[in-house]
Write a protein of this length. Structure first.
Length: 566
């Protein structure tokens, strides 16, 4: 078995050449129909990657990916799969056997993935030494825990998100050269970047400062021809989701990693302290029984690039006008309407779909919502909890505790959500909702039919039937895939036939109560012809050894596809 260091050495030369670098279920679900509920957005793909895929017939309008990209990019024949491995790759010593910081980006080329069988020939980049070696000196902290990666709408740039250190890195997708490094605002409750989502029009990146309990924005600057000239962390746009005095402890930081490349990286303005503690309706932003913990989980941006559906760790949700400066709440939901810890969303058929997953150890949670896209522009705002979700799909075991109310290990966790499209089927879109604990996928059909108050449940499939997931160093379990964030194949010979998904390891660095698996790596799910089922056919294993070489610390969290320009 290759260690991470040997794997990096074996691929570093290839990286330099290729990238120009120098250095159904036991408890059936319930489908609720309630006029007082509205359907919340389902978070799509990886870690919440949100993409609105269009039918070739144009039935569902403009493709999310096509808003900024050329036709050549959107219909590219070749692609890469980028996997974020959260495991520490630096500071692995006897005193710190699991390391202190770093992580890896693993890049798989479609030319290798589409061979029979797929060839494991990833380019492996250490985020601390290959991409951001000056992070400590320039921002005050090493980059740590790369949680997810999302491409710009034209797939030119990749946003790298570091949940532990609060960094946002911008990397050129083609050359793999780092462009910018930002660090989010420090607050009295913390400083993180759980995930940064691109606006579909490519004009901004919305950053989830999770423990900081803030929503922040990086504006993308362009010349008259539309070419990117810079990335501006617009501090004046930051919205505090708690508010009050003495909240802001450190302003955001920007580092221009290549001043000669013509792309500027900067911070403009100042994050305001003493922001309002109440929403526009007069309710407290954060309060017990309403929204008890406003850690920002996944802010899903609508196709208009105006409204962002912001899920919260303790339950409840805000719809925020992201074009306003500062950004502004235009709709609010409490924990009695939307449950906690949603990190999956997708816009399709004219609605936003969101999920919610387990908020704590042994607690079962698997819910999908459908919401309207009709929200006002700031300063206008809606009354609380309006419009209500249009539809809700809730598992019968929601809220139950494994080992007490239900058998041990039988709880649920809805997390990664993948939107799959099929132009020829009667049901045009399918949502494949991963369950990290039960290792299965629930499938839902979505249409723009008159009856939008129900989900069309299309079935369930297990990722354990083939035995493709084995075991690794340090675990006694086998065939426990633990799927996290994934992406639907939209190019190459496997277009429309695969889901690529990150499979968690036995020593997870995030959400350890739900995300420990036996086969860390890139999973390949081969879909059935009607796209309502699938099987885990291959696992390309990943390895990061601890100091003693007895544990595989690798912890992939997200897999995302980057389309290559022709």
């Amino acid at each position: 078995m290759k260690t991470w260091k040997s794997e990096l050495r074996s691929t570093r030369d290839a990286a330099a050449t290729k990238a120009g670098l120098t250095g159904m279920m036991a408890n059936p679900p319930t489908c609720l129909r309630n006029d007082n509920l509205s359907f919340i957005t389902i978070l799509l793909q990886p870690i919440g990657l949100i993409r609105t895929l269009a039918m070739r017939s144009g039935f569902f309008g403009m493709a999310f990916l096509g808003l900024m990209g050329s036709a050549a990019t959107i219909h590219a024949a070749d692609y890469e799969v980028w996997v974020s491995d959260q495991a520490n790759t630096q500071g692995i010593t006897a005193e710190a056997p699991s390391g202190t910081h770093g992580g890896a980006v693993r890049i798989y080329d479609s030319a290798d993935l589409e061979k029979t069988p797929p060839v494991d020939n990833a380019v492996v980049l250490d985020v601390a030494t290959d991409l951001f070696p000056t992070a400590k000196a320039t921002t005050g902290a090493h980059v740590a825990r790369i949680h997810g990666i999302l491409p710009s709408p034209d797939h030119k740039y990749m946003a790298l998100n570091f949940v532990a250190s609060g960094h946002l890195g911008i990397v050129d997708g083609e050359t793999k050269r780092p462009i910018c490094l930002f660090r989010t605002t420090g607050t009295s409750t913390g400083r993180q970047n759980h995930m940064g989502f691109w606006a579909p029009n490519g004009h901004s990146i919305i950053v989830a400062n999770q423990n900081g309990r803030m929503l922040e924005r990086v504006d993308v600057m362009r010349d008259s021809g539309g070419a990117v000239t810079g990335f501006d962390f617009n501090a004046a746009a930051s919205l505090d989701l708690i508010g009050g005095a003495d909240r802001i402890t450190e302003q955001p930081v920007a580092v221009d990693l290549n001043p000669e490349d013509g792309v500027a990286c900067k911070v403009s303005g100042t994050v305001a302290d003493g922001q309002a503690t109440t929403t526009p309706t007069g309710a407290l932003k954060q309060a017990d029984g309403i929204r008890p913990l406003n850690t920002v989980i996944c802010p899903i941006v609508a196709s208009t690039s105006q409204h962002v559906f912001t899920t919260l760790g303790g339950g409840g949700m805000f719809v925020i006008d992201m074009r306003s400066t500062p950004m502004a709440i235009v709709a609010e939901y409490d924990m009695n309407v939307t449950r906690a810890a949603g990190c999956g969303g997708a816009e399709a058929a004219g609605f936003m779909h969101l999920n919610t997953g387990t908020p704590g150890p042994n607690i079962s949670e698997f819910t999908l919502y459908r919401f309207s896209l009709d929200y006002p522009s700031a300063p206008a705002f809606n009354a609380a909890n309006t419009p209500s979700p249009i539809a809700v799909w809730a598992d019968a075991d929601n809220g139950k505790v494994a080992g007490a109310d239900i058998p041990e290990g039988n709880n649920r966790d809805a997390h990664g959500l993948v939107l799959v499209n099929n132009p020829t089927a009667e049901t045009a879109y399918y949502l494949h909702q991963m369950d990290r604990i039960r290792n299965n996928v629930e499938v839902f059909g979505i249409t723009s039919s008159r009856d939008n108050r129900t989900f069309q449940y299309a079935g369930s499939y297990s990722l354990t039937t083939t035995g493709a997931c084995g075991s690794t160093l340090g675990t006694t379990r086998s065939n426990d895939p633990t799927p996290d964030l994934g992406d639907f194949s939209v190019a190459g010979q496997t277009k429309g036939k695969r889901i690529y998904v990150a499979l968690r390891g036995p020593f997870p660095l995030t959400v350890s109560h739900a995300a420990d698996g036996s086969c860390p790596g890139l999973g390949i799910i081969t879909l059935s012809p009607n796209l309502t089922s699938g099987t885990l056919t291959q696992v390309l294993p990943t390895t990061v050894l601890d100091v003693g070489g007895s544990k595989n610390l690798s912890d992939p969290h997200a897999a995302i596809i980057r389309l290559k320009a022709k």
